[in-house]
Design a protein around this ligand. Sequence first.
Ligand code: ATP
Ligand code: PRP
Ligand code: MG
Length: 220
Amino acid sequence: MSGFQANSQLILALSKGRIFEDTLPLLEAAGITVSENPETSRKLILSTNDPDVRVIIVRATDVPTYVQHGAADFGVAGKDVLLEHGGEGLYQPIDLNIAACRMSVAVRNGFDYETAVRQGARLRVATKFVQTAREHFAKKGVHVDLIKLYGSMELAPLVGLSDAIVDVVSTGNTLRANDLKEVEAIMDISSRLIVNQAALKLKRERLQPIIEAFERASKK
Ligand code: ATP
Ligand code: PRP
Ligand code: MG
């Protein structure tokens, strides 16, 4: 428990970009204003108008890790990221309905995915989301060789690294721009509030009103 601050101090873990931007209105609804913009500041610990609340800026995939270990009391992470992490030590009270997208299988235009699947071909699948991909193809009974990537998945089928990718899709613009097509939607994705289980008990008085404000604001 060495990661815990005094009982009234709260640390919120967010990632830069869409999660930070989409969480700002929810924080405002809880009366919290962040004093700096992570896009322009190099600071990783941001203060707020509440001296007891600070925001730390971490990679999207690292948010559950900080919260699990109590280095942050709560955070915001995509369902995609939470499924890969496993959710150990995390309480997930609410779906914030932000950063909405879907997890999909995509292939090069011209690649006959359905026939390949029907014929029982072994598919090479490149993805950042290996757990989700493994589970999806296991359920379908499709044999796959998973290739772990950390970004730019759309490139993999174009240069022959894989037959398919599993990635998040929103407008479909990235797939279209790279001559790819979506062949299967795996699940809808949105971001969740996650809370350290011990912090929820020890800091309930401070956390509960914020959770409730987030919940009200995310339903609007
Ligand atoms: P990193 O840049 O560190 O590799 P990342 O690409 O996962 O991380 P973001 O792009 O900010 O970070 O994505 C954060 C979350 O937003 C994802 O976990 C996912 O749930 C969601 N998301 C990703 N891409 C989109 C998109 N195009 N539209 C809407 N939501 C998205
Ligand atoms: C994400 C994701 C896809 C793209 C899908 O990338 O990895 O590439 O969005 O969105 P679309 O269907 O609307 O095109 P992001 O914008 O997060 O860039 P990144 O590569 O820096 O993660
Ligand atoms: Mg991204």
